[in-house]
Design a protein. Structure first.
Length: 198
């Protein structure tokens, strides 16, 4: 199963997902590629694969991405190989921007889309400023982009309101557990049980 988690920068996607990954097994994070500079708290290959713009463009030319976009003046993309890494097992989670989510919807209609909504614009502004990992102009650009991104919420299957972290984590976990309980997602597990009734 492919689960796409999106929302404005600062909405809490990464924080919520950190908690979800601790709580839910058989779930793996698809590490995106980016041309932006690594933040002090980040590690290459964990949050992102940090690459030069020229390398990213070569990957585009070779059709290596499931989705890619220019966001906040930097390139971001999800490699097809990262999503398809069968040997790693589990359901795959993408933490991507709204532009990327649109592209994935076109290419992978089987994916499930979850939007992380901040409680209000002022709270998003506070979170971005307190993060202290972006220059003031970058914060302003992220806030401008958020105005457009929140209007895209109707394109998503589920919405998690991140006004209280504990509740937001539970909401996303509830989405994942309910998806895993869909009949079509449990058929391999159900076949031997059904056979026992033959």
């Amino acid at each position: 199963m492919l689960i796409v988690v999106s929302g404005p920068s600062g909405s809490g996607k990464s924080t919520i997902l950190r908690h979800v990954f601790k709580d839910i097994r058989r779930l793996r994070f698809s590490v995106s590629h980016t041309t932006r500079a690594r933040r002090p708290s980040e590690q290459d290959g964990r949050e992102y694969h940090f690459v030069a713009k020229e390398e990213f463009k070569r990957m585009i030319a070779r059709d290596k991405f499931l989705e890619w976009a220019e966001v906040h003046g930097r390139l971001y993309g999800t490699s097809k190989a990262e999503v398809a890494a069968k040997g790693r097992g589990g359901d795959v989670v993408l933490d991507i921007d709204v532009q990327g989510a649109r592209q994935v919807r076109d290419r992978r209609p089987d994916a499930v889309f979850v939007f992380i909504m901040p409680p209000r614009a002022g709270e998003l502004r506070r979170r971005l400023k307190e993060r202290s990992e972006d220059a003031p102009e970058a914060v302003r650009r992220r806030l401008r982009n958020a105005k457009t991104e929140v209007r895209e919420v109707g394109l998503f299957d589920y919405v998690v309101l991140n006004d209280k972290l504990d509740r937001a984590v539970l909401e996303l976990e509830a989405v994942i557990f309910s998806l895993r309980c869909r009949t079509e997602n449990r058929m391999a597990e159900l076949k031997p049980i059904l056979a026992s009734f033959a």
